[in-house]
Design a protein around this ligand. Structure first.
Ligand code: SDX
Length: 429
């Protein structure tokens, strides 16, 4: 293949370099196009735009492949821990024993948040969505750690990474405790990352609490599956905000806000709400399918479809396979799981979904497991944020380490008025 593309615009031909990734993905490099031609490319929603080169995560959406740093997601979900996977994503390789132990120690040491921050929780109404609390509390961390805000200082960045990774789960669990009127539970540093999170979520001061190892394993698996997904909406937001040299706490807070939307991470909450609605309507999945296909109805099948996957999302496959095991472990049955399965089956047989290659995505089955382990519905997207944090950090770090990054600043095609004179108020109709 030629490594130059030709573009003919306004009777002029321009030579554009062609770049190839390690998995043979091809891109036409248009960085110099406007300078040479005054022409820009137009791609609303960035469906066809590569914003960067990245060595973190590979997705083949046609084949349903997902790998972190080259390692298939299925292997990581089965064999790794969330902390080890976070290290892999952020530092580019699996840690050896010393590296893993140092990394874990960093996470343990930074688990508390500044005591003054506890007062913030009193200011939120008890009905506050935990994503609103999470984003503002993470941004507030920048007020408490001014010694780790400079992205160009490697020592500050090294201090910052365990801080944000560790404190986010403390912030998340405190927001849950406040919402149900229970006292916050301080972290217990003898517990590992996920166990400590579950302890802070579900322990109460008045009785002993044992963390169930099978539940810890399930949380590890779910967080691993959510840990990165290349240039998705929230990660692209973190990169965009970070490209202005805003500090990492601020960049992550912006990513949390982007994740909140029901078209992105908020879909896991929306899925369970949709399944509960179907259950209320006698479990009739056909009605939901008809509504999802109706272009005059804004309803869409939540947890279905994906910008990149035109095949089964490999993460949904792993989660679906674990649902029965977790429900059996917790001694529950969940009618919503049955509805989810029937809905999936009906959608995959329906020409509308087949023609558009719409399959269950990562959010379709995750809520069933979260429910089984006692996570309330409005905390589901917070769980996604905990999982996605290493990916956000890894992308931010990859960008700031690259040194030659520029501020993200797309262009536009203006479609407004041509030059128009100002009209004084008295002469306006
Ligand atoms: C995540 O990008 C990532 O990597 C995200 C993520 C990650 O890990 O970061 O994987 C996590 O965000 C998963 C997605 C969660 N969202 C949902 O489950 C919400 C429901 N799904 C959609 O709204 C939608 O599928 C998106 C937002 C996920 C993708 O949107 P696209 O790529 O812009 O696709 P589209 O809207 O252009 O859809 C193409 C066609 C359209 O029909 P036509 O106009 O061609 O007739 O498919 C239809 C859409 O109307 N369609 C759906 C549908 N999803 C797409 N129709 C009914 N139900 C749906 N869910």
């Amino acid at each position: 293949m030629s490594d130059v593309a030709e573009l003919k615009v306004n009777n002029q031909t321009y030579q554009l370099p062609v770049t190839k990734g390690t998995e043979d993905e091809v891109a036409v490099d248009i960085q110099k196009l406007r300078a040479e031609s005054k022409v820009i490319t137009l791609d609303p929603g960035f469906g066809n735009t590569g914003s960067c080169e990245s060595g973190i995560t590979f997705i083949d959406g046609e084949k349903g492949i997902l790998r972190y740093r080259g390692i298939p997601i299925e292997q990581l979900a089965e064999k790794s821990t969330f902390v080890e996977t976070a290290y892999l994503l952020i530092y580019g390789k699996l840690p050896n024993e010393t590296e893993l132990s140092d990394f874990k120690n960093g996470l343990t040491r930074h688990s508390l948040i500044h005591e003054d921050m506890l007062h913030f929780y009193d200011g939120y109404p008890s009905t506050a969505h935990p994503m609103a609390i999470l984003s503002s509390m993470v941004c507030s961390l920048s007020a408490y750690y001014p010694d780790s805000l400079d992205p160009s200082d490697p020592e500050q960045v090294a201090r910052l990474i365990p801080r944000v990774l560790s404190k986010i789960r403390t912030i998340a669990s405190y927001s849950f405790k406040k919402s149900i009127g229970q006292p916050v539970i301080y972290p217990k540093n003898s517990l590992d990352y996920c166990a400590n999170f579950l302890y802070m979520m579900f322990a109460v001061p008045s009785e002993a609490f044992e963390v169930d190892e099978d539940i810890v394993k399930a949380v590890n698996m779910l967080l691993i599956l959510h840990a990165d997904h290349e240039q998705n909406c929230s990660t692209s937001t973190v990169r965009l905000v970070g490209s202005s040299d805003a500090n990492l706490f601020a960049s992550i807070a912006a990513g949390i806000c982007a994740l909140w939307g029901p078209k992105h991470g908020g879909a896991n909450q929306a899925v369970v709400e949709m399944l509960a609605e179907i259950e209320k309507n006698d479990g009739d999945v056909r009605k939901a399918l008809e509504r999802a296909k109706d272009k005059d109805d804004p309803f869409r099948l939540m947890g279905f479809g994906h910008r990149v996957y035109k095949n089964y999302d490999p993460r949904a496959r792993v989660i679906k396979g674990s649902c029965d095991k977790i429900l059996a472990k917790t001694g529950q049955t969940d009618p919503l799981l049955d509805i989810a399965r029937r809905l999936e089956e009906a959608a995959l047989e329906d020409p509308y979904f087949r023609d558009r290659k719409l399959y269950p995505n990562v959010d379709f089955y995750s809520g069933v497991i979260y429910r089984a382990i006692g996570i309330p519905t409005n905390m589901f997207t917070v769980m996604f944020a905990l999982g996605r944090l290493p990916g956000w950090i890894a992308h931010w770090k990859e960008m700031v380490d690259s040194k030659n990054y520029r501020i993200g600043r797309p262009r536009q095609i203006y479609t407004g008025n041509n030059e128009t004179n100002y009209v004084p108020l008295s002469q306006r109709t």
